[in-house]
Design a protein around this ligand. Structure first.
Ligand SMILES: [Zn+2]
Length: 396
């Protein structure tokens, strides 16, 4: 894949200049590099959404009402998301991902960590997501969340096999996904850990999002889902654990000792009424995700600030910075954004509004508009795709 040509951004209103060469921040740009002037604006690091679900991108167009209304977290999964994911095909998945990625880029999110499931369209699903990210210019970590909840161990094997097929590029890398401890057997957990080690990557899994996950692991003889994942060797260093709402302080600290990441998803946790992840304040590798809510990280941070204050949590501030470190780790780049050797991902803000977005040295949003696609066309296609998807959901 061809590298993006050199780009020099700035000077901004603080006199800051940032050069991007071969996708990385460089000390200087070569002669003849494209210059993106922004004398009245401000250069800043892009945001990272450290856990999301691109497959839910059409939900914003009005999910049909759920009857009977969900009374708990498992009902929400069974009556909404596990019906929607079974109804997805290649076309609706592509439309969902395009809509989600486009809006996230326009909001200044330059990278995301996706967790994908489409049980009736497993093979080829990650290629659809990778293609959308490549075309629109979103840095991403992709995986299929292996599960046994529909078709047992065979379904899990197909999910893990799909994780092998992520088309790696300067913009896209693969992870090994597991849905959650409570929907997989021991063999699947062992295989996921082994596959991640074989591929030189890490595992991405929901952990202790709801008390049901904890109860399930206890019923299998473990202290909790974290202990089960560790006992079955499913968490290589650097693995990404979404939620951790029901982890105790000592468990959060154990995740840190295992050198793994936790991802807090405050809007989703509030919406699903699973609780506030109060003990994540005891972790130092805790990033921020949206769990399928829109990819505007300023909105997610606003929700975190509000909920943290409500719960007396004064440690929730560094989450966005942690997400950038997570992404730098997976792409083997310098951890400090906008310094030499860091990922070539940045935004230019005009009075706080996102004006330009650069990912891997490519200008993907210019003057508030996507360069790789037309937002109005994406919206129109997504609206009609959503109608087809919601119709299909009735059959699942
Ligand atoms: Zn999730």
């Amino acid at each position: 894949m061809a590298l993006n040509p050199p780009l020099l951004v700035g000077p901004d209103r603080h006199g800051k200049r940032v050069a991007v060469v071969d996708g990385r921040i460089a000390a200087a740009a070569p002669e003849g590099a494209r210059v993106l002037a922004c004398p009245d604006d401000e250069i800043a690091a892009g945001n990272v959404c450290a856990h999301t679900h691109l497959y839910s991108g059409l939900a914003r167009y009005g999910l049909p009402p759920v009857v009977p209304a969900p009374e708990n977290f498992l009902h929400i999964l069974e009556r909404v998301w596990w019906r929607l994911d079974r109804a997805l095909d290649a076309d609706t998945l592509r439309l969902a991902a395009e809509d989600y990625v486009a809006r996230a880029l326009l909001a200044g999110t330059t990278a995301l960590v996706d967790h994908h499931e489409s049980p009736n369209f497993i093979e080829g699903s990650l290629a659809v997501l990778a293609d959308v990210c490549e075309r629109l210019g979103m840095r991403s970590l992709l995986c299929y969340g292996a599960t046994e909840r529909n078709d047992g161990a065979d379904e899990a094997r197909r999910g893990l096999a799909e994780c092998r097929k992520v088309p790696t590029s300067p913009l896209v890398r693969g992870l090994v996904g597991l849905h959650a401890s409570f929907t997989v057997g021991d063999d699947t957990l062992r295989e996921a850990g082994a596959l991640a080690r074989e591929l030189g990557t890490v595992v991405h899994v929901h952990v202790a999002e709801d008390i049901a996950d904890v109860d399930d692991a206890r019923g299998r003889g473990y202290a909790g889902p974290l202990e089960r994942l560790v006992a079955l060797d499913a968490l290589p260093a650097g693995s990404i654990l979404a939620h951790g709402v029901h982890l105790r302080r000592d468990q959060v600290e154990a995740v840190g000792r295992a050198d793994c990441w936790l991802v807090q998803n405050p809007r989703s946790n509030e919406g699903n009424r699973v609780g506030y992840a109060v003990n994540l304040k005891f972790g130092d590798k805790v990033a921020l995700g949206t769990d399928g809510w829109n990819g505007d990280m300023a909105e997610e941070q606003g929700a975190l600030t509000r909920l943290a204050a409500l719960h007396g949590d004064d440690c929730a501030a560094p989450r966005l910075a942690a997400g950038r470190r997570l992404m730098a780790e997976r792409f083997a780049a310098a951890a400090e954004p906008l310094t030499e050797g860091a990922l070539g991902d940045l935004v230019v803000r005009e009075n706080g509004r996102i004006r330009h977005v650069v990912v891997d040295g490519r200008l993907v949003v210019e003057d508030g508009r996507l360069t790789g696609a037309d937002m109005a066309a994406i919206t129109a296609a997504a609206e009609s795709g959503a109608r087809r998807l919601f119709e299909r959901m009735r059959d699942f």
